[in-house]
Design a protein around this ligand. Structure first.
Ligand code: ADP
Ligand code: MG
Length: 276
């Protein structure tokens, strides 16, 4: 038997908490609806534990790209796809990989807060578990509700209101409830499609704080039209553009501060400064 005497084993208490975050990598992704090509060879690396912002004018394929990342694109009749999506190096579209597994790893939050209206706040948080087929005991459920709402920055506001319907909350609270519902499934990636577009400025800032907190252990990809928001919450940006009748492409991508302060492409400079 050989032992490596030089290996230093840290004391248990000093080990960092395991990170759930994963790297998502889109490689040469193209997409079609029927005969119309809407994305052309988009390659973006979305690194573990960071926030990547997708920016660009309406209609250039940002939402389509987001749906491709968690396999919702394939549900649209007539939709086609080329290229690869890799989650920690593994093909999300591998036919051997079950769809529920991909969905569990990659959560999604939409523009309009969409809590299930007939369900209580507590039931909303737990709703994702049914969809992914996870079964847990009562004590675990109680813990998971508190943990998910805490991570979403909502626990203190709703701890005494868990049996009220989700629809009783304000718009910003509903959006954080939707974030809690996604987090309850313990995703590695959270996709957010304009999550603050329907919110007032104060609620927007609260959701941004939540995003920054979650980003410590979940990789986030956020579509936003709010350039200040992209600057505040993201570490990386990808700028999408589609000219008349041509599919969306990524014109430029990189660290957010470079994209805002020193972009390589004049179109990026125009867009981020609002001159587009
Ligand atoms: P963005 O989110 O950047 O505004 P989208 O991804 O929503 O852009 O749309 C990209 C292009 O794909 C647009 O031309 C849009 O009309 C088209 N598109 C989006 N969804 C569908 C669909 N379900 N069927 C047909 N075309 C679609
Ligand atoms: Mg969109």
């Amino acid at each position: 038997m050989t032992t490596d005497q030089t290996v230093i084993v840290p004391a248990l208490g000093t080990l960092p908490a395991p990170s759930l975050a994963s790297t998502l990598h889109a490689r040469e992704v193209s997409a079609w609806f029927g005969r119309a090509k809407v994305l052309d060879r988009v390659s973006i690396e979305m690194p573990a534990g960071q926030v990547t912002a997708l920016i660009g004018p309406s209609g250039c394929g940002k939402s389509t790209f987001l749906r491709i990342l968690n396999r919702m694109h394939e549900l649209v009749p007539g939709a086609r796809l080329a290229g690869q999506v890799l989650l920690d190096g593994q093909d999300v579209y591998d036919p051997e990989r079950r769809l529920t597994e991909a969905r569990k790893s990659i959560g999604m939050v939409f523009q309009k807060p969409n809590p299930f209206p007939a369900m209580s706040i507590r039931e909303n948080v737990l709703a994702g578990l049914k969809i992914t087929g996870s079964r847990i005991g009562k004590d675990e459920r109680i813990h998971l509700v508190e943990e998910s709402l805490t991570r979403a920055g909502l626990w203190k506001e709703v701890r005494d209101r868990l049996d009220e319907p989700g629809s009783a909350l304000s718009g910003g609270q509903q959006q954080r409830l939707c974030i809690a519902r996604s987090l309850a499934v313990k995703p590695k990636i959270l996709l957010m499609d304009e999550p603050c577009s329907a919110l007032d400025p104060t609620s927007t800032r609260v959701v941004e704080e939540t995003i920054t907190q979650i980003a410590q252990d979940v990789t986030i990809v956020i579509v936003t039209h709010n350039m200040q928001q992209a600057a505040r919450v993201s570490q990386r940006c990808a700028f999408f553009l589609a000219s008349h009748g041509t599919p969306g492409v990524v014109v430029e991508q990189g660290p957010t501060d470079v994209m805002f302060d020193n972009p390589a492409d004049a179109r990026t400079a125009d867009y981020v400064s609002g001159r587009f």
